[in-house]
Structures are given as structure tokens and as C-alpha cells.
Design a protein around this ligand. Structure first.
Ligand code: GCO
Ligand code: MG
Length: 408
């Protein structure tokens, strides 16, 4: 069996999805996602210029060997662009493998460990009342877990993940489009003073069962994060995400020494070598890698297995930058993983998105049910993608009140 061609497409409704389609001499094709948020043209170019020409003529069933060929062949190790490009190829090859077997992908991992995998949605509010409304809306839809982000009184600009305008705050999704990064100003003291009270009020309002998550988005210093984690321990969060930037792993140890709040880290990681110490030394509770950013199913499954040995559960990244293809790859891993924790899931299912990526996966009462179609269970409409053009976008940049550059 041989790979005969591979095409890269860039475009989608409000997102520059980078979609890879690998064709074979047996008529079966596989789909992969290489959407590296706000750097999409780079993964597309990496695939087109360096990887696709080598793929032609390879045996698509040899996904492990192909992964090693590209990873070792790059000489320069890791990095988000390369790993996302390898990830797209790998996802597409697993799609082909499962279609060849006539089985949904999860069967190749060892079958289902659960029928529905718990997801969390993003509840946001310009202020606390607004946030409560947003949470109520998800609870009414059957969600069992929500991530909550709240506007901070007196914060000089929008906080991470929150709109300052009440009317768009409920289903707020950050708009990255524009020809320069937007600038945000961050005031740590105001945040630390206000947020614990938010958790307290939400616990009283929603009771003990609703799972509450919160993303600090890399904004705190280790000592501040430790103090914060200690203070909010009593509100029993499901997780506290990215309290400090993940590259300083000693900082996580420091937080750990002061609090038992569950810590979730890893959305910016692209390799097992970014997180093996965090996992092996039990410094985190949830690993947040994504199939696209961390080298595809082959590599992420290795991380999941390592995590399982150390009681670290999965909580794959699922921001809207992931196309339904990588979300499907993660859904199959979630159906199988014995150490599954939760999946971030922001409703991708607009009519435009469904037209571009038809699938039978479904979300029922806050649980993701993976489809039983052979392969990933997601298709891609090449005609539909012609409607979309690439638009430039950037992550915002953040400064402290005195102008110092900080972490978005
Ligand atoms: C999350 C993330 C995102 C990131 C975005 C950056 O937990 O969903 O923090 O919201 O900001 O993915 O590209
Ligand atoms: Mg995050």
C-alpha cells in the first residue's frame, strides 16, 4: 500500500484551519489537523515544502516508522511548528489505519473504557452576575463541568478569556484577528484580591457537585500562585490551570508544597520531554497536551501512558483553534484512556463548521459520545473550504500596570 498524494488546505469559518488529506493507492484517505493557532501558514508551509514530498510512495500503515522518520529526520528536535506538522500526518495515518481495519479508531487503542467522556465548557462574565448567568446556561444544557473566567473590577483592560462588554461576554471566544497583536494590561494584585470571593460565591450558588475549573493563563509568580492555590483550596476546584508559565517546572513544585489544589498544565507543550518530569515527580494532576500540537496520536498516546503510571489524568486542550479533526483524534483517545480526566470542548458545531467537517460525533448532557464510523469519524469537504480565505491574527500581548512585558 502506498501514499499517492497529500494536500494541505488552509481555511475555515472564523478560523484558519490547516487540514491535511493523505491519499492512497487503495482509495482510502486520511485526515489530519495542523492548525497552530495564529501561526497557521507556517505549519502549512512546513508540510508542503518538507514533509509531503517525502510522504509520497511511503506505506501509510507504517505510522510509527513515518513518525520517527520525520522526528529524527528534522535533526532539530521538537518545536511547535514541526510537531504540529508531524501531528497532522500522524493523525491522518491513524485515520487510514482504522478505515483499513473497518473500525472506529478507539478500537485500535484497546476499545472503549466509557460511553461518554466528560467535557467542560467556558463560562465567562464581564462581572459576577454575568458569569453566573453563563454558568446557569451550561448547567441547563446538562454540562457537569465549567471553566469560569470573570472580569476583575478595576482591571485596566479585558482579563484573559473575558469580554469587558456585558452583551458579548456569555459566549465569548477571543477574537485574534487583526494585523497586530492587541495589548492587554494586567494587575496581579486586583486579580488575587477578587478571585477567591468569586469561587466562594459560585460554590454557595451551585453546590458541591458542579465541577469548577479556572485558567490563570500563566499570569502569576510562583509565590503568588502558591498563596492563591492555598487560599482557594477550600472551594474544591476540579483544577487550577497554568498558574505559572510551564517552562519553569520548579515553580510547580513550589506551588505543590503549599497546596493540594489540582494542577493542570501542558497546552503549550509539544513533546513528552516537556512534561515527563512533571508527571514522574507527581507535580501535576492533569496533562493538557493536544494531539495537534504534540506530534499526533503516536506521541500523545505515549504521554497518556506515562501519565497513567503516575495517576496523572488527561485534560486535553480543546480551544476553538483545534479543528474537528484533532478534536476527533482526542475524542477517540478519551473514549479509551484508562486515566481519562476531562476534555475541554468549545462548541465547534456551527452549521458552517459541520458543512466543512461532517461527522456523527455528538455531545449529550455534557458527555462526548464518539461515533462508531470507521476511522476518525470526521470527513472534510474540499468544495466547502474554497469559501474561506486565510486571515492574519495574533495572540494578544500583556503588560503589567507599569508597562513591563508579561505573559498573555
Ligand atoms: C485554553 C487556552 C486557550 C489559549 C489559546 C491560545 O485553556 O483554552 O488557554 O484559550 O489561550 O488556545 O492559542
Ligand atoms: Mg488554558
Amino acid at each position: 500500500m502506498k501514499i499517492t498524494d497529500a494536500k494541505v488546505f488552509v481555511g475555515g469559518p472564523k478560523k484558519n484551519y490547516v487540514t491535511l488529506k493523505i491519499m492512497t493507492d487503495q482509495g482510502i484517505y486520511g485526515l489530519g489537523d495542523a492548525t497552530l493557532n495564529n501561526r497557521e501558514t507556517l505549519t502549512a508551509k512546513y508540510l508542503q515544502d518538507y514533509l509531503v514530498p517525502c510522504l509520497i510512495g511511503m506505506d501509510p500503515r507504517r505510522s510509527e516508522d513515518i513518525w520517527q522518520y520525520f522526528y529524527r529526520g528534522a535533526y532539530f528536535r521538537r518545536g511547535p511548528i514541526a510537531m504540529a506538522a508531524f501531528g497532522a500526518i500522524d493523525i491522518a495515518l491513524w485515520d487510514i489505519k482504522a478505515k483499513l481495519a473497518g473500525l472506529p479508531l478507539y478500537e485500535l487503542f484497546g476499545g472503549k473504557s466509557r460511553e461518554g467522556a466528560m467535557v467542560y465548557a467556558h463560562a465567562t462574565g464581564a462581572d459576577l452576575d454575568d458569569l453566573i448567568e453563563s454558568i446557569e446556561n451550561y448547567v441547563a444544557q446538562g454540562y457537569k463541568a465549567v471553566r469560569l473566567q470573570c472580569g476583575i473590577p478595576g482591571m485596566p483592560s479585558e482579563s484573559y478569556g473575558v469580554s469587558s462588554k456585558k452583551e458579548n461576554s456569555k459566549h465569548f471566544i477571543t477574537n485574534f484577528l487583526g494585523d497586530k497583536p492587541k495589548e492587554e494590561i494586567w494587575d496581579t494584585e486586583k486579580y488575587l484580591r477578587y478571585m477567591p470571593g468569586v469561587f466562594e460565591k459560585l460554590r454557595v450558588k451551585f453546590g458541591p457537585d458542579l465541577k469548577l475549573l479556572h485558567d490563570v493563563h500563566h499570569r502569576l509568580l510562583p509565590r503568588e500562585a502558591a498563596e492563591f492555590a492555598k487560599e482557594i483550596e477550600q472551594y474544591k476546584l476540579f483544577w487550577l490551570e497554568d498558574p505559572t508559565p510551564a517552562e519553569d517546572q520548579e515553580a510547580i513544585r513550589y506551588i505543590r508544597q503549599h497546596s493540594t489544589v489540582p494542577i493542570a498544565i501542558g497546552e503549550v507543550f509539544n513533546s513528552i520531554y516537556d512534561c515527563n518530569k512533571l508527571i514522574e515527580e507527581n507535580l501535576i494532576d492533569f496533562i493538557r497536551v493536544a494531539c495537534t500540537y504534540a506530534g499526533g496520536i503516536t506521541h500523545v498516546k505515549r504521554i497518556v501512558d506515562l501519565a497513567g503510571l503516575h495517576n496523572v489524568r488527561t485534560g486535553f486542550h480543546g480551544a476553538p483553534s483545534h479543528s474537528p479533526i484533532s478534536m476527533a483524534a482526542q475524542a477517540h483517545l478519551n473514549a479509551w484512556a484508562p486515566n481519562f480526566g476531562i476534555q475541554e470542548y468549545l462548541v465547534l458545531g456551527t452549521p458552517e463548521c459541520d458543512a466543512l467537517f461532517p461527522s456523527k460525533h455528538k455531545l449529550v448532557d455534557g458527555l462526548f459520545h464518539v461515533s462508531d464510523e470507521p476511522g476518525l469519524g470526521v470527513d472534510f469537504d474540499e468544495k466547502e473550504v474554497e469559501k474561506y480565505e486565510y486571515s492574519l491574527g495574533f495572540h494578544p500581548v500583556t503588560r503589567l500596570v507599569d508597562g513591563t512585558m508579561w505573559n498573555y
